[in-house]
Ligand binder design. Structure first.
Ligand code: SF4
Length: 221
């Protein structure tokens, strides 16, 4: 099958425009240390950053440290995080903190393999924690990053891990963390899941998806 990734020159141009569009892009979750980063990121799965930011001040007041969270129970934590979704999130957070106390000397590990050994922590969550808490260059592929990068042609993949690999190949390492934020913001504001706002998108002259849409519109005429 023909690879639909853009040329290197076009990818450079896409990244330049994204950096100009979102010069201040950064995490929208509130946190101030690796423990808070981990908990907020775990809560954000299938929830919104806004909702997570509403509950975390009280969560961190009640459970200010990994040790205090490890001593809690899922039943105690759940009422504080209920509005962010499933009860399993409370269970995973408490169990993850207990594992951190038992196996990692009470400190969130800055290491992919150790992070993904924690309950409820997949590669995407681990990448976000590594980037935001430890400044390790990573590209966390969430639903927005996956959709936007494959529509544009930064990647041409059918799953998140392949998308992550392809993005790491075409984006300079120094831009990995920023590119994650650029793509999320573009996905939220312009390249929306159901109805991408292609007509006002400043990347439309470079975008594979838009080119295909234009082609099929013209054959319908
Ligand atoms: S042109 Fe459309 S599909 Fe392409 S990036 Fe912009 S909004 Fe998304």
């Amino acid at each position: 099958m023909k690879n639909k990734q853009l040329s290197k020159a076009k990818i450079r141009l896409v990244l330049k425009r994204l950096s100009e569009l979102y010069p201040d892009a950064g995490p929208e979750l509130n946190f101030s240390n690796p423990y808070e980063t981990l908990v907020a990121t775990m809560l954000s799965a299938q929830s919104t950053d806004k909702q997570v930011n509403k509950v975390t001040p009280e969560v961190f007041r009640q459970f200010p440290t990994i040790a205090s969270m490890a001593e809690a129970t899922p039943e105690i934590l759940y009422p504080y995080v209920k509005s962010c979704g499933f009860a399993s999130k409370a269970t995973n957070i408490v169990l993850a903190c207990r594992q951190i106390m038992d196996e990692f000397d009470g400190a969130v590990p800055g290491d992919m393999d150790k992070l993904i050994s924690l309950p409820g922590v997949g590669r995407k969550t681990a990448n976000v924690v590594l980037a935001n808490a430890f400044h390790v260059p990573t590209i966390a592929v969430d639903t927005h990053v996956f959709r936007v990068s494959n529509r544009l042609g930064l990647a041409d993949a059918t799953n998140v891990s392949k998308t992550e690999q392809q993005l790491m190949q075409v984006i300079p390492r120094k831009d990995w963390i920023a590119a994650h934020h650029w793509l999320i913001l573009h996905g939220r504001r312009v390249c929306k899941a159901r109805r991408p706002l292609c007509e006002i998108c400043t990347l439309n002259d470079l975008c594979n998806y838009y080119k295909e849409e234009q082609k099929s519109a013209s054959t319908r005429l």
